[in-house]
Design a protein around this ligand. Structure first.
Ligand code: ATP
Ligand code: MG
Length: 150
């Protein structure tokens, strides 16, 4: 299916806007108009929804989320960056495992199952892409998804 990137992402942000407002998080979508990609819509939706949900959930009150797009010769990059507490370095190797959560008590309070990122990883691989993350404790986290153009 062909997906119009900007409205597709804006719809997901809109569906999460009540959650974001409750946590006083501003979400910015920095994606140019008129970018279309050919992709499995359901898998792409699962990836983006989980990353944006986490960026809101693990942010700090009054924080922000930025979703951006970059284009390279053979691939595109979509990044989701937040101003949250970050992920401690020692946890990063496990973060994509099923049911893994960094801090059990805090995570339990926020709700969720610990499956989101395992879905992100599986779906990205299925789409022949890759996922990277960069995180600084106390500053925030960026997840970057790379998807091949063909
Ligand atoms: P679910 O997504 O199933 O509702 P979850 O959010 O706990 O539950 P994952 O999305 O797989 O599960 O994330 C795993 C853990 O990684 C989270 O519990 C959290 O501790 C940590 N994490 C994920 N994204 C972020 C982020 N953007 N900033 C800080 N920590 C994060
Ligand atoms: Mg999650």
């Amino acid at each position: 299916t062909t997906v119009k990137l900007k409205p597709f992402i804006e719809k997901i942000v809109h569906d999460l806007s009540e959650f974001a407002e409750k946590r006083k998080i501003t979400v910015k979508v920095e994606i140019p108009d008129n970018i279309s990609i050919k992709i499995d819509e359901k898998m792409f939706h699962a990836i983006m929804k989980n990353l944006i949900d986490n960026a809101i959930k693990y942010n700090k009150e009054g924080g922000s989320v930025e979703i951006a797009f970059k284009e390279y010769t053979n691939e595109i990059e979509i990044s989701v960056c937040d101003t949250g507490q970050g992920i401690p370095c020692s946890h990063i190797p496990f973060i994509f495992e099923r049911f893994y959560r960094v801090e059990r008590s805090r995570s339990r309070k926020l709700g969720g199952t610990g499956l989101g990122l395992s879905i992100v990883k599986l779906a990205t691989e299925r789409l022949k892409g890759k996922v990277e993350l960069e995180s600084e404790e106390g500053k925030g986290t960026c997840f970057r998804i790379y998807l091949p153009k063909c």
